[in-house]
Design a protein around this ligand. Structure first.
Ligand SMILES: [Zn+2]
Ligand SMILES: [Zn+2]
Ligand SMILES: [Zn+2]
Length: 336
């Protein structure tokens, strides 16, 4: 009998389709489609092919927009959100409301070399990528126009990446996205009735049960959520109560980089380099939610597609048991 499960953080229901559940091995990919070949504008030495950088980690004696960098951040060539150039323009037309998509859209190039498998980047590059996330986050959080900052990684063409060169993206947006609002509302409610953070509670239950936990270190735990919407969905969660990702201290940054690399390594090795998306959920920049919101990173390998039922209902049908998926990844070593 299929099972309906509800995610405590969002309240969303998921069908865990136990009848047609596939074994973890059934999700192992044949091969990943490559995004493009030829000249890559993200490679070291090709700096002139991107818009001028907004930040880069390179020795101080080397000029901007030239080689010698380790992580480089540039505006997206086709930005979804653009910096303000004039007065804000709000437009009403009957029931319709529109405004300019002000904000920022940046690409964080995670390596000077064209390493196509992001999981194989050295730990030092993951540490620099995490540092770049925080530096860019803080730069945009200071802008009073910005209400939320979304950090993501798309990996592989099927997951929306247009380039194979490892990179992340930052979107600074003038609104609080509805999914964050949903998590905030449920976290606030839980805090009001139980006096504790909802995700702290979820984490405690996950660690006590253990069957959906993939890995842990001193500061982070990675687990498959009880109501996983996607096969092999994973959440990476700080073990301490922390609302704001950008306040992570040095030790936390290092252990986040370690947990992230290890997680991507297990997904890479266990499922044969599948495309994936990950995205960060953290407190909106201007809301006092620190008592009850708990930041986290969500990762979804692209192993299933949302079809008519899922699109029409926002109820996913997941054909992988979260407990089996987690067990499979727990025992998968990362790449050497
Ligand atoms: Zn490249
Ligand atoms: Zn918490
Ligand atoms: Zn979330």
């Amino acid at each position: 009998m299929p099972e309906l499960r509800r995610d405590p953080l969002t309240g969303r229901w998921v069908v865990i389709a136990t009848e047609r559940a596939r074994r973890p091995q059934d999700f192992v990919r044949q091969s990943r489609a490559r995004a493009e070949s030829g000249d890559c504008p993200f490679c070291e030495g090709h700096e002139a092919q991107t818009p001028a950088e907004v930040m880069a980690y390179r020795p101080a004696d080397l000029p901007a927009n030239g080689p010698g960098w380790q992580v480089r951040v540039v505006p997206n060539l086709y930005p979804a959100f653009e910096p303000a150039t004039g007065a804000l323009d709000l437009r009403r037309d009957g029931l319709y409301l529109a405004e300019q998509a002000l904000g920022a859209h940046e690409v964080l190039i995670a390596s000077p070399q064209h390493v196509e498998e992001v999981a194989k980047l050295p730990l030092s590059q993951f540490e620099l990528l995490v540092r770049a996330y925080i530096d860019r986050y803080r730069a945009h959080a200071a802008n009073p126009l910005i209400q939320y900052i979304q950090l993501i990684m798309n990996y592989g063409r099927e997951a929306g990446a247009s380039r194979d060169h490892p990179h992340s993206q930052l979107f600074a947006v003038p609104l609080v996205p509805s999914l964050i609002d949903l998590e905030l509302a449920r976290s606030r409610e839980h805090f009001a009735s139980r006096g504790e953070c909802l995700l702290c509670g979820i984490l405690r239950q996950q660690l006590a049960e253990g069957e959906r936990v993939v890995l842990e270190n001193e500061r982070f735990a990675v687990f498959a959520p009880f109501a996983s919407r996607w096969p092999f969905e994973l959440w990476l969660v700080p073990r301490r109560h922390e609302a704001r990702f950008e306040r992570l201290d040095d030790e936390g940054q290092e252990l986040l980089a370690r947990a992230l690399k290890e997680t991507l390594g297990k997904v890479f090795a266990g499922l044969n380099d599948p495309p994936f998306n990950y995205w960060l959920h953290t407190a909106p920049t201007q809301q006092p939610v620190d008592e009850y919101y708990h930041w986290h990173l969500e990762l979804a390998p692209k192993l299933a597609i949302a079809a008519g039922f899922e699109l029409g209902t926002d109820v996913m049908i997941n054909t992988a048991l979260p407990e089996e998926a987690a067990g499979f990844l727990r025992t998968t070593p990362g790449p050497a």
